[in-house]
Design a protein around this ligand. Structure first.
Ligand code: ADP
Length: 186
């Protein structure tokens, strides 16, 4: 499904992020930026050793931030390595860090003049963030960003499995039903 925010298109699709041809794909990375399981492993397998070589030179990335490398053999020209929070109890700064990981990724895409970017569901795999809590944060952060920044034309959420896709779709319907908040509260 898809919807518009200002001049940008936001898409929810079920699929494999390594196969997306957006200008950048976002990796759900670890602070060491040295590869791992889940999305991270899939991206390094598909993109080849060049990406890991660049990651090594970056010297890590704290949770809530993001770093950018080229896309190696991927269709995407860039990989944005975003580090989400490990979920502990939901009241240890996880929501803020998760939102910040999305925001930093979007800012990096913008500063590199990119038009399109694909996100996985950051933190909801090995990092244990309940997807019912993470999905509204992910969607709201992207929507709020696009309302304020005109550069990006397409943001695609690439959800790997049917249950995750369904939770994002439901979260979107809930957000759409909320009364519009005044600009200052966003
Ligand atoms: P984290 O460590 O941030 O939790 P994971 O990679 O473990 O990141 O999982 C994040 C989400 O990405 C999970 O929903 C997982 O099912 C999903 N995922 C795993 N492989 C892929 C892939 N190739 N494309 C898109 N999403 C994927």
């Amino acid at each position: 499904m898809e919807f518009r925010v200002e001049n940008a298109r936001v898409e929810l699709v079920q699929g494999d992020i390594t196969r997306q041809d957006t200008d950048a794909i976002v990796n759900a990375a670890n602070p060491g930026l040295m590869g791992g399981g889940g999305v991270d492993g899939a991206i390094h397998r598909a993109g080849g050793p060049e990406i890991l070589e660049e990651c090594r030179r970056l010297g890590g990335c704290p949770p809530g931030e993001a770093r950018i490398t080229t896309g190696g053999r991927l269709a995407a020209r860039y990989v944005i390595h975003a580090v989400g929070p490990v979920y502990y109890n939901g009241t240890s700064g996880e929501p803020e860090k998760l939102a910040s990981a999305y925001r930093c990724s979007l800012t990096l895409a913008d500063t590199h003049g990119l038009r399109s970017v694909s996100f996985p569901s950051i933190s909801t795999g090995n990092y244990g963030y309940p997807v019912e809590q993470a999905a509204p944060i992910a969607l709201r952060t992207v929507i709020d960003y696009l309302r304020r920044h005109p550069g990006l034309e397409l943001v695609r959420f690439v959800l790997y499995d049917t249950p995750t896709y369904a939770v994002y779709e439901a979260a979107l319907h809930t957000l759409a039903a909320e009364p519009a908040r005044p600009q200052a509260e966003r």
